[in-house]
Design a protein around this ligand. Sequence first.
Ligand code: ATP
Ligand code: MG
Length: 231
Amino acid sequence: MGDVDTEQLQLLHKIISKVIHDMKNPLSGISGFVQLIEKNTEDESILTYCSIIQESLVKFDGVCSEVTWATAPEPLRFTHEKVCLSEVVNETIQEFVDIMKSRSIEVVSSLEEDLYCFGDRINLLKAISKVIGNAKDALSEGGTIAVNLKNEGHQAVLTVSDDGPGIPGELEETLLKPFVSYGKKGSLGLGLSFVKNVIDAHKGTVSVEKDAEMGTNVIIHFPLAIKEELL
Ligand SMILES: Nc1ncnc2c1ncn2[C@@H]1O[C@H](COP(=O)(O)OP(=O)(O)OP(=O)(O)O)[C@@H](O)[C@H]1O
Ligand SMILES: [Mg+2]
């Protein structure tokens, strides 16, 4: 998808917000009835189907928030809490354990402990998940993802490297903008723009580089909490 200017984004935001608003009622109806079925059955397979429906509704809700966010003319609000970074990165890696196994992808991590920032835990988790998800998508034939977290001059430096085919040349300029996607069926191209939004809000930077030998390195820097904040 090509580049989208601010006016187009504002128009998209209006349309998307209206559509999402109109869909919320029937979807919460579905969720309510699923909960009712869950309460009234002990049948294991029905309960499994119910939890799949509920998970899909949660995922759908996530996509709605992302699209609303990516097109919102104003930046959204973030929470400001003490976040242990190795915990958040580890939790994100755990989310992918099954899918990585099924794709013959090895995830190697080296995470410095006791690094804290003040920020939005949930959104940091989602952002890291987008980066790891992209690396997984790039490794359709299997491969390795290396996740590294360290303290460099009081900055958290998180690097996610994969040995996939690398960023397509045509995306180099626009990669961090919304609705930029290449070579993926059905993707909206919102992942990296979401990552940039989250990391900007943490006063950090995101850079995506083609590895000198093979693959892609995504490097995220942002300030660690200062000692006084941690007391
Ligand atoms: N690790 C990577 N290796 C190779 N290409 C990548 C990598 N990460 C991102 N890209 C390329 O950058 C594009 C933009 O990534 P982005 O995460 O913003 O959107 P997407 O993955 O296409 O869609 P979405 O994240 O909304 O599902 C991808 O479509 C892909 O072509
Ligand atoms: Mg993505």
